[in-house]
Design a protein around this ligand. Sequence first.
Ligand code: NAD
Length: 296
Amino acid sequence: MRIGFIGLGIMGKPIAKNLRSAGYDLVVHDIVSQPVEELVQAGASKASSPREVAQHSDCLITMLPNSPEVEQVILGKNGVIEGINAGAIVVDMSSIAPLVSQKVAGRLKEKNVEMLDAPVSGGEPKAVDGTLAIMVGGSETAFKKVEPILLKVGASAIRCGEIGSGNVTKLANQIIVALNISAVSEAMVLATKAGVDPEKVFNAIKGGLAGSTVMNAKMPMILEGNFRPGFRIDLHIKDLQNALDTAHEIGVPVPLTGEVMEFMQALKVDGKEKDDHGGLIQFFEKLAGVQVRKQA
Ligand code: NAD
């Protein structure tokens, strides 16, 4: 099966490399040339437009920042839709608005092309290891055809429902992660200002009910004051905006998501939007005038 890949950023580049290592015939494209050349070195061929990628793909994967980029790359001028062959499958692994997944899939269907939305969780380390958690929306038939490909880059690929369900699942994931980081931040700022070593607090509670994958991933970074991304605050703002828009569109108030969105907006005003989302703690640290760091 020939695979096309568009969007070779923090996530897309290692995913594409893993597909190449698994032996797939790969054609790649990005508006930035450096990662394209890296993939060419690894044995992929390059194409000058999404349309050209589509002409050479049985399965075409996109890993782009957000809904507007996905719409442009797939439906825009020189886009995937102009070159794709009937019977091919498009797999969008970007985290975007579910309603946009449904719109793009509808247009592709007119060309007899099926689309799956298949956003991921796990960040760059799991993209590199090929152990991402992949949440998929779309038909069972299309899913079964591409499942072996997804399992080359993910530890799990779960079909959650029809098109858009993958991104609904991802929005749920992003709400839980953002709220969890906020809870850890508020609690650790309290402990630190109360005079208790936050590393001891972490070690004491991580095996109990308050423990979480989020706390295990973010506390070591917070204690070092290391907010190098990882997953940037500006991307998480994008996800929460998609969550708010989707929720309001279907009549679901999401008060906690709205509140965390404002913490992130405050950090953006402070010039910290390129920090890792673990840097959310800086909002709480500023309120209390204390820093949660490793103690000598
Ligand atoms: P990124 O900004 O590093 O990569 C996006 C890539 O898309 C870039 O290489 C960019 O040049 C390319 N691109 C943008 N517009 C394009 C166009 N018109 N044509 C061709 N290429 C184009 O972002 P990322 O961190 O790799 O994230 C990609 C998606 O995965 C996002 O939706 C993000 O929310 C999601 N995600 C990211 C992480 C993470 O930890 N970084 C984790 C899970 C999910």
